[in-house]
Every structure is written in C-alpha cells, then in structure tokens.
Write a protein that binds this ligand. Structure first.
Ligand code: 5AD
Ligand code: SF4
Length: 437
C-alpha cells in the first residue's frame, strides 16, 4: 500500500485542513506513514502568519533533496498559506526544483485532481487560484485527534488587522450552511466523538454572509443534539461578541466554559493602529458581560509585543490588562513583519531585543498567574475528557471544561470517555490527580 506523510505548520485550521488532505489521500488508497523516508508522497501544509513558521517549512522542504535523489518516484507537495502569497510559488520552485506539486489555500480540496495530473506528467504541477471558491462540502477527512473533532464553520477573514496576512491568503469570509454544520456534528457525535471545536478566523461573525442566521443560532442548534458532548469554538473577535451570543453560550449545557478572546495589545493607541476596532475599556466590558452570565468562564487570549511604535508605556498597558483579567492561558507572540500588510510599511519598527525582553516579561507574568490558578485546583474534583496516554509520565491525560490539562492514573477504557478526577498536586501548569467514582 502506498503511504503519505504530512507535516503541518500553524494553527488548528491548518491541522484540520491536513485532516482533509489525509482524507483525500486515504480515499485514493494511501495510508499514513510513521516517517518521511517510508512515504511515497510527502506533503507540507504551510503557514505564513509569522516568519518563523515560514523558515521552518523552508528548512524542512530543503532537507528533502536527499530523499528525492534516493527515490525518484517520491512525490513532494507543498500547499497552504505560504504558497498562496503573491509570487511565492514561483520563488519556491526556483529554490527547490524537485517539488512536484504546489497548491494554495483555495484549491486544497482539489488535491486529488492535482495529484492525478502530476502522475500523468513529468513537469511540476503549480496551481494557485487567486480568488476564493464556493465552499465545497463532502471532502473526506481522516481525523487525527479522537475524541476531539474540528469542524469548519467559516473560511477567510474580513477584518484586516494591520499586522495580519490571513485576509490576503485566505480571502473574504464565507460561512458554511447551518444545516451542513449541524449534520456534520451529528455524524461525529454518533461516531463517538465527545468534543467538537468549531473553527473560523472569527466565529462570532458566522452567518453575516448568509443573512438569516448568526453564531448564537448555530450554537443553540448544535446544543440540541441529544447526547453528551462538549462544544467549543475558536477564534472570537472581541468586537463581535454580543450579549445575544453570550446568553446562548450560558444557556447551552454543551458549550465548554472557556473562550479564546484575543486582545492582542493593552494600549488603545496600539489597538487603533492594529485596526482592532475596540478599546481596552470595550474589552473589559465584554469580560464583565461574559462573567455576569458565566461567572467561572476561563478566558484565554493572544497577545502580541513589538507592534510598530510600541513604547514601554504601551507595553505596560498590556501588562496591566494581563494582571487585571487573569487569563487562564495566553499565546504570546513577537510581532513579525509580513509583506503586503499595512503594518509592514509603518515607521517605528521595534528593535528585536526590546521585543524579546518584553515577551519574556509577559511569559513570566502569565506563568505566575497560571501557577496560582493551578494551586486553586488542588482538592477539587473535575470532569475530564480523557484524550490520550503520556508515555513519558506513564499517565492518562485529558482536559476539563475550562481547558485545563490533567494527568491521572487510569486505564485504556478511559480513552475517549468523561472521567471524574480529584486534583492532588500541581506542577507549574500541569495538574496531577486521581480518578474518583
Ligand atoms: N506577527 C505576530 N503575530 C501575529 N499574529 C497574527 N499575525 C501576526 C504577526 N504578523 C497572531 C495574532 C493572532 C494569532 C493567530 O497570531 O495574535 O491572534
Ligand atoms: Fe488576522 Fe485579524 Fe482576521 Fe484574526 S481577525 S485572522 S488577526 S485579520
């Protein structure tokens, strides 16, 4: 049997898109390979949101030259956000002439056709579509994260935050039909999946292009599915978080008690330059509203340092937000210049060393907050969805409704099930516990 090997860079959106690529390859009779050297086709699903994701992909593609020499039949394919950038595919093939297929974000679901084309011709297949296509339903998926499943609800983004390349490489926002999403969720739950995460660059604006439904309606509809499961979603733009939606979240017995609400920066001046369309005060108000309806909700965030012109004072505003809100977790990033974005042309790019210093301070602060939160867990009994087994720790692991990871002594039957765990100790951000009945 022929084998495939896929390397994924970037976010959950990409992880799920790789599940689609794997699904297409499975439908063609391929199976997953444990390593690159046993594979007949090696695929890179790339990301370009920050420079380091691009650099890693570049290095890994380059390293395949040797394998390609040893195995003339090996097919190397590169797709995703990085190749979708203007002129990038041509540059890539010049640099790595051994690549067989280059595709972008708008034709990922046509991979079967691209592969068949390549198998009939010697020269590389290089196909990047400039414009977004109509949503295609029914692409097979080989899911890799049971008992969790990802479900796309929107594609693309209309927000144009000034630092971000996503709207340029993923096109305008398009929503899947509510009935298609609900049916996919029903199927997954019937197959035994216990947690569904809805995916979109900004889930809160789901339905804006459909006219008659919004994200709150979608949440309410999926919550009606009559079996035990958890429902999560990401990412949310604070500007579109409405009271109607918060009420729908609070009224659902399926929605997880966590929300990922990227603030990006704590300074109003920087937020304006970022084109985020909210102030820090607006953000605090949204948090108050969330906590009014769901008092124990865990809030996580994305935070960036080193955006052009960021001063020490601006950075201290970010530190202040982190201190005040007490995020349950935060992804912290150093601003990365992306060609074609407005921020790339701004004066006042921040010195790399200054950014590094700021991010270290931010990480330390967030870690200390998480450590305190962990200590508060000790002695509590929480419901954990068992996701896997950690070989190193020799323990099972899973997450609670707040998204916290817990390790516990369990057995194989726990995999994919909800189990009650009493938290006994906390080491940094990981919690250890014991199963209780
Ligand atoms: N540089 C650094 N971080 C970025 N993000 C998006 N674009 C950039 C960039 N140019 C971060 C944002 C976003 C997350 C997915 O990635 O914080 O929320
Ligand atoms: Fe990028 Fe902003 Fe869209 Fe998120 S909302 S994908 S940060 S442009």
């Amino acid at each position: 049997m022929k084998k495939y090997y896929i390397t994924t860079y970037g976010c959950q959106m990409n992880v799920h898109e790789s599940e689609k690529l794997a699904g297409i390859l499975t439908s063609l009779g391929y199976s997953a390979s444990e390593c690159e050297k046993d594979a007949d086709i090696i695929l890179f699903n790339t990301c370009c949101i920050r420079e380091n994701a691009e650099d890693r992909a570049d290095g890994n593609i380059g390293a395949l030259k040797k394998l390609k020499k040893q195995n003339k039949d090996l097919i190397v394919a590169v797709g995703g956000c990085m190749t979708q950038q203007k002129g990038y595919a041509e540059q890539l093939i010049k640099k790595f002439p051994f690549i067989d297929i280059i595709f972008g974000t708008h034709n990922l679901e046509d991979f079967k056709t691209l592969l068949q084309k390549k198998l009939l011709q010697k020269k590389p297949v290089l196909e990047i579509l400039e414009k977004e296509q109509q949503i295609k339903e029914g692409t097979p998926k080989t899911r890799t994260s049971f008992p969790n499943a990802w479900v796309n609800i929107t594609y693309g983004c209309n927000n144009f935050c000034t630092y971000c390349i996503v709207p340029y490489v993923r096109g305008r926002e398009r929503s899947r039909k509510l009935v298609d999403i609900v049916n996919e969720c029903k199927e997954l739950i019937n197959e035994g999946y216990k947690e569904i995460t809805l995916l979109g660059q900004n889930v809160n604006s789901y339905g804006n292009d459909l006219g008659d439904v919004d994200f709150a309606d979608l949440i309410t509809e999926i919550s009606k599915i009559d079996k035990k499961f958890r429902l999560g979603f990401m990412t949310n733009h604070p500007k579109d978080l409405s009271e109607k939606l918060i009420k729908a979240l609070a009224n659902s017995d399926k929605v997880c008690k966590r929300i990922h609400l990227p603030i990006q920066a704590g300074s109003n001046r920087i937020l304006k330059l970022m084109n985020r369309k909210y102030t820090r005060e607006d953000y605090f108000d949204k948090i108050d509203l969330l906590r009014k309806y769901i008092p124990d909700i865990a809030i996580t965030s994305d935070i960036m340092v080193g955006f052009p012109t960021e001063t020490e004072e601006d950075f201290l505003d970010t530190v202040d937000v982190v201190n005040r809100i007490g995020f349950a977790g935060a992804f912290t990033f150093v601003y990365s210049r992306r060609k074609g974005t407005p921020a790339d042309k701004m004066d006042g790019q921040v010195d790399e060393n200054v950014s590094k210093e700021r991010i270290m301070k931010l990480i330390d602060l967030q870690n200390s907050i998480n450590r305190k939160q962990s200590e508060n867990y000790i002695g509590k009994v929480v419901e954990v969805l068992c996701e896997g087994f950690d070989q190193k720790k020799n323990m099972y692991l899973g997450r609670d409704t707040y998204g916290r990871m817990l390790y516990f002594e369990g057995n194989e039957q726990d995999l994919g099930e909800f189990v009650s765990v009493k938290v006994l100790s906390a080491g940094g951000i990981s919690l250890m516990g014991q199963k209780v009945n």
